[in-house]
Design a protein around this ligand. Structure first.
Ligand SMILES: Nc1ncnc2c1ncn2[C@@H]1O[C@H](COP(=O)(O)OP(=O)(O)OP(=O)(O)O)[C@@H](O)[C@H]1O
Ligand SMILES: [Mg+2]
Length: 255
């Protein structure tokens, strides 16, 4: 059975960073094979993972409007193109959703592609989905089941409140979510008591489980400035160890 972990949270809170750290953790603890899905139209997960992207699913969808050869059954063609869009790296594969289709959805292609994607996901032990700030895309992805929805917040009361609202937004979506987690990112070394209290209140109110705090990390800051993939961070880097403990807790408790 594969486990799906999707990231959510308002803009710039650290969804992509946490996705990359999670993929690193899964790789290093042998929880492979892994499928990384970049569901943000402004894709940049690949940079943090250190891989290049050639084709996105959005491009394939557009192409399907015109380029399906007569001789080839549509389903086979879609599966072939989907396979071409899978970027194979060491220990993990990456698929990039890219831009959503323009007006006039080519619904047949959408349905085919969703089906093919769903089938594909079953081949992996873990699927990690990095998202954009909104929540609509999660339904657009046609994912029906998410084992862990990890909502990332900054270390502020307002940020935590927004994370709570995001947890509310999932409820009306046709999505089966196992556990909704809250992770407070870029936390200071000392957590203010008032913040900690508020975090726990919001979690209780919104039905989220509190995963923990991930500290502001100079190593991530440096990697970002030097445009170095986070996968290259040494395993004994503080943030890597800290994140690893949180991820273990998530994977165990939610299982
Ligand atoms: N724990 C951390 N310590 C230091 N810097 C961090 C940490 N987490 C994230 N950052 C930095 O914060 C910025 C935003 O992070 P990131 O791109 O992961 O956020 P995001 O939620 O994916 O943003 P977007 O909504 O634009 O997709 C980046 O410059 C990243 O390097
Ligand atoms: Mg991002």
């Amino acid at each position: 059975m594969s486990q799906t972990i999707a990231l959510a949270g308002k803009g710039g809170t650290g969804k992509t960073t946490v996705s990359a750290l999670l993929i690193k953790h899964l790789l290093e603890t042998g929880k492979t094979p892994i499928l990384a899905v970049d569901a943000d139209p402004n894709a940049n997960l690949n940079e943090l993972l250190g891989v290049d992207v050639e084709t996105t699913l959005g491009e394939i969808k557009n192409e399907l409007r015109t380029a399906v050869p007569d001789s080839m059954a549509r389903g086979d063609f879609i599966e072939m193109r989907l396979n071409e869009a899978i970027i194979e790296a060491e220990g993990f594969d990456l698929i990039v959703m890219g831009q959503p289709e323009g007006p006039g959805c080519y619904c047949a292609a959408h349905a085919f592609l969703s089906q093919a994607l769903e089938k594909l996901m079953r081949h992996y032990a873990h699927v990690v989905v990095d998202n954009e700030a909104g929540m609509e895309h999660l339904s657009r992805l046609n994912m029906r089941k998410i084992d862990h929805l990890l909502v990332v917040s900054d270390a502020s009361s307002r940020g935590v409140m927004t994370a709570g609202r995001i947890a509310d937004l999932i409820k009306p979506l046709q999505l089966e979510v196992g556990t909704v987690w809250l992770l407070v990112n870029r936390a200071p070394a000392e957590i203010p008591e008032a913040l900690d209290k508020y975090v726990r209140e919001i979690c209780a109110e919104k039905g989220m489980k509190f995963l923990g705090y991930l500290k502001e990390s100079p190593a991530i800051f440096e990697a970002e400035i030097e445009r170095k993939p986070l996968l290259e961070l040494p395993s004994d880097t503080e943030v890597v160890k800290e994140a690893g403990e949180l991820f273990e807790k998530m994977l165990k408790e939610g299982a």
